[in-house]
Design a protein around this ligand. Structure first.
Ligand code: CA2
Length: 146
């Protein structure tokens, strides 16, 4: 029997991780985080499919395709977290569990980061734990899929 798959989705500028703002986002690259999450998922018996895009429509298309292809979604929407009702609507149309993930704690930063339009359509949110958040997000997803 084939293993379930979970979409690990990253939004704009997260491809720059490790190259700038290490005080906020750490020194690990996006590939490092994907490798951490992939190993954690493997231990739980599911596979991850990772995608990063700087383009809102690409992210929305991936969420739509997840309706057919994936059991759950772990998503760090980047700054779209705070503005994209289109990503909100796409996630609302996904029937499985959605884990919202942030490296930093947006609530402890600038006031405009305190609103997430993704949180209302996420099963739960993990923020502020840096790279460790990937393990927490995968553990949460495993519990939700069990
Ligand atoms: O803390 C997070 O994970 C965020 O989703 C990161 C977003 C930010 O807009 C959210 O408020 C919180 C920004 C990602 C930008 O990442 C960069 C990485 C390195 C250099 C520049 C930007």
């Amino acid at each position: 029997m084939s293993r379930p798959t979970v979409l690990l989705l990253h939004g704009p500028n997260l491809n720059l991780l490790g190259s700038r703002e290490p005080d906020v986002y750490g020194t690990a690259t996006l590939d490092d985080h994907v490798a951490t999450a992939t190993a954690a998922a493997d231990a739980h018996g599911f596979d991850l499919v990772a995608l990063q895009s700087n383009h809102e429509g690409v992210l929305i298309d991936a969420i739509h395709e997840a309706r057919r292809d994936h059991s759950g979604i772990i998503v760090n929407p980047g700054a779209f977290t705070h503005s994209s009702w289109a990503i909100h609507d796409a996630l609302a149309a996904f029937d499985g569990p959605v884990v919202e993930l942030h490296l930093s704690n947006p609530d402890a930063r600038e006031p405009w980061r305190r609103t997430s339009v993704v949180s209302p359509v996420a099963t739960g949110s993990i923020a502020g734990f840096g790279g460790h958040g990937y393990r927490l997000a995968v553990d949460a997803m495993a519990a939700l899929l069990a």
